[in-house]
Ligand binder design. Structure first.
Ligand SMILES: [Zn+2]
Length: 101
């Protein structure tokens, strides 16, 4: 899952699972750090950039977390919208019923 994460290949559900797991599992956190260092380290070697890789990884993980938060918020907004539309439909159905009978 770590290479998929680093390649941005996880969907929202998988990303959440992954981040939760990384929170609890020191081994995988370590593994992520190592793979991140290797991937990013090679990239920065080829571009000639030298930057703080540890900091870059923390950045990366916290960006993923806010992605998940945004995803949850959008989902919440969608649920409210669905509830509103449902309520309006129900009200109109009730009004139609009321006028007809
Ligand atoms: Zn683990």
């Amino acid at each position: 899952m770590i290479p998929a994460y680093l390649n941005d290949e996880l969907d929202a559900g998988e990303l959440r699972e992954f981040l939760d797991h990384i929170d609890k599992c020191g081994e995988c956190r370590e593994e992520l750090a190592i793979q991140f260092l290797i991937t990013e380290g090679l990239n920065s070697l080829s571009t000639g950039d030298s930057y703080d890789l540890k900091h870059a990884m923390d950045d990366r993980v916290s960006k993923s977390r806010s992605q998940i938060k945004l995803h949850d918020r959008l989902l919440g907004v969608r649920n409210v919208a669905v509830a509103l539309v449902g309520g309006v439909l129900l009200a109109s159905a009730y009004m139609v019923y009321y006028y007809l009978f």
